[in-house]
Design a binder for this molecule. Structure first.
Ligand code: AVI
Length: 328
């Protein structure tokens, strides 16, 4: 705050710049307004996502947990059969609550491997490095904090064994189908012949079940979406009034695209920082996130199109989710 004697008090806010600002302005200035869902995950977003994962309607976490808790033996056997000796790399390891079942199984089988969890959050890696050695004292691990592909390159400098890459949680669903293909192709370029990829896909199922997972009755997913507007207000000096928007999740059973929007309830103008104004028409949608659902055939085609060979499928008992094993 600057006070000039005899004049008004000027409140100075440092002009905001940086990638977050640029991407937000780009998305809100597009003909069909959008925000990138990777920005959901600030501290409050992380907390809300933890709550979503515990929601009864959000079945994805429970299904994949069941796969790892009950099929770790089968998965470990398939990895040994397909890759021989290998190290394990996990993209977006989080708290590793699912992969720990597989790590424990590999140790019990006497597999000689190192675990390389990769995460964009330094905090996540620090926590894993503290907690995993307590839970699995025999585990050799090296946490890598940074972007997936950059850290995969790093892992390749530390390890000369084959890689088993884990990409779980249905995170691939947060790419649209074209972006998922580009991602898998690029990932393929960082791997070598014989390396394996285990990816979690949420499968097409009763559309009502899917829609409810993204529209839980406690309103946590709604809060998770609105939190990004609150984050933009706080970090970029914007004035979104969240009471003037409505959370609108959709699911198209034809394409498998589950998309969330925030719809402007009236014609309004939102200010971002000191000099950007964004106009919303009444009922104009702001596209927030895609959670793409797959058929088994879709997963097989994605593998082949991006240069992998599908070699295994691991389901939960309801067949709502699959971890698909692909080989380079
Ligand atoms: C992280 N990702 C797989 C979640 C999903 O299901 O798309 C994020 C999420 N969005 C709303 N609920 C959960």
């Amino acid at each position: 705050t600057t006070v000039i004697p005899g004049h008004t008090v000027l409140c100075k806010r440092k002009p905001v710049t940086g990638t977050f600002y640029q991407e937000v302005i780009k998305g809100l200035s597009a003909p069909q307004k959008y925000l990138d869902s990777k920005y959901f995950y600030d501290a409050e977003g992380d907390r809300l996502f933890q709550q979503i994962m515990q929601c009864q309607e959000y079945y994805l976490t429970g299904c994949e947990m069941e796969i790892f808790a009950t099929r770790a033996g089968e998965i470990a056997a398939a990895l040994a059969q397909q890759a021989g000796t290998f190290d394990v790399v996990e993209l977006g390891a989080g708290d590793a609550t699912k992969s720990i079942h597989l790590l424990r199984q590999l140790l019990a089988d006497g597999t000689d491997f190192t675990y390389f969890p990769i995460d964009i959050s330094a905090n996540v890696i620090q926590q894993l490095e503290q907690q995993l050695p307590v839970m699995l004292p025999e585990l050799r691990m090296k946490g890598l904090n940074g972007e997936y592909f950059h850290m995969l390159e790093q892992a390749n400098t530390f390890s000369h064994k084959r890689k088993v890459v884990l990409f779980m949680g249905g995170n691939i669903g947060n790419f649209d189908t074209a972006a998922a293909h580009d991602f898998c192709r690029e990932l393929r370029d960082y791997l070598r012949p014989g390396d394996l990829l285990l990816t979690g896909f949420d499968l097409k199922k009763n559309p009502q079940v899917i829609l409810r997972a993204y529209n839980d009755s406690a309103g946590i997913t709604r809060a998770f979406n609105f939190n990004l507007l609150t984050r933009i207000n706080r970090e970029l000096g914007a004035d979104f009034d969240i009471t003037r928007f409505e959370h609108y999740p959709t699911y198209d059973p034809g394409t498998g695209a589950c998309k969330s929007y925030l719809v402007s309830l009236e014609k309004q103008q939102v200010k971002i920082g000191s000099d950007v104004y964004i106009d919303f028409e009444a009922y104009e949608p702001l596209y927030m996130e895609i959670s793409q659902k797959y058929s088994l055939e879709d997963t097989g085609q994605l593998a082949l199109k991006s240069g992998f060979q599908p070699v295994g499928l691991f389901f939960d008992s309801k067949k709502w989710f699959v971890d698909a094993l692909w080989k380079c």
